[in-house]
Ligand binder design. Structure first.
Ligand SMILES: Cc1cc2nc3c(=O)[nH]c(=O)nc-3n(C[C@H](O)[C@H](O)[C@H](O)COP(=O)(O)O)c2cc1C
Length: 247
């Protein structure tokens, strides 16, 4: 009975949460990376842990498209990871996308990781307290998996809120060493592999994969725009949010 840990994680926070949960569930997991194209046919005995970040309180369009490569009737543990503001309709959308593919959601988790644009928020998360919390929640999920029931309600609005994220296309600065790691990591091929200073703005989804892939910190969104965001919505990200389980 194969289990699949399926993630879309441009800057690694979603992967860290998924790894903790998968580890606590004490199973063997095959990794499926939605940063690239994916085709996976599951069966009713399979279990998929599917983890995505919240972008503007939604699932990023690209992750939605890539999830359409996964079919079959596996049971699914849904995970949304957000940057300590809010995840709004992310779990509802993830539930709907996955269900439309034939999978059967049994549990959902909303967890917190460092904000991948406004790094001052959610710093160091998932932290040790989160890891303990996730391990506890894994126990409840394992019990439900053993029971075999698949009833689940997740929070969120339908129709979902509009997908609105601030335009934050990262730019290459003078410190660039031309290693090309940003272009290799970009999930949409938006960065020119020969001249990484060239970005196809129509393809960029502002996921910050390039920023986190850069070994010398030379690829960043405009600091003035980041500061504007901090001034405008930073107050919403100050209080520590806690992990939630829906089961
Ligand atoms: C374009 C974009 C939009 C985001 N929107 C939200 C949001 O609405 N609420 C929130 O709490 N965090 C938001 N974040 C932060 C991410 O959800 C958070 O940092 C997450 O851990 C990123 O996942 P990753 O590390 O796997 O890339 C956003 C980040 C990006 C890049």
């Amino acid at each position: 009975m194969p289990n699949y840990c399926i993630t879309f994680s441009p800057t690694g926070g979603t992967n860290r949460v998924a790894d903790i949960l998968c580890g606590a569930l004490h199973s063997e997991w095959n990794r499926v990376d939605l940063m690239g194209e994916v085709t996976l046919e599951t069966t009713q005995n399979d279990i998929c842990l599917i983890a995505v970040p919240s972008f503007g309180g939604r699932v990023a369009d690209l992750a939605v498209q890539r999830l359409k490569g996964i079919t079959g009737s596996a049971r699914a543990i849904l995970v949304c990871v957000y940057g300590n503001r809010a995840y709004e309709d992310t779990l509802a959308e993830l539930y709907d996308v996955v269900s439309a593919q034939g999978l059967r959601p049994v549990a959902a988790v909303a967890a917190i990781a460092e904000h991948s644009i406004m790094h001052a928020y959610g710093v160091g998360r998932p932290d040790e307290a989160d890891a303990r919390h996730l391990a506890d929640l894994a126990g409840y999920i394992a019990t439900k998996l053993r029971k075999g029931t698949t009833d689940l309600t997740v929070p969120g609005n339908r129709p979902y809120k509009d997908y609105k994220v601030a335009p934050m296309i990262p730019q290459t600065s003078a410190g660039c060493i031309g290693c090309g790691k940003c272009a290799q990591r970009c999930p949409t091929g938006a960065i020119n592999i020969v001249d990484v200073t060239l970005t196809d703005t129509a393809k960029c989804i502002c996921c910050m994969a390039c920023t986190s892939a850069c070994p010398v910190g030379a690829r960043n969104p405009d600091p003035k725009v980041v500061e504007f965001l901090v001034q405008r919505i930073g107050f919403m990200l100050i209080d520590r949010k806690e992990i939630e389980l829906f089961i």
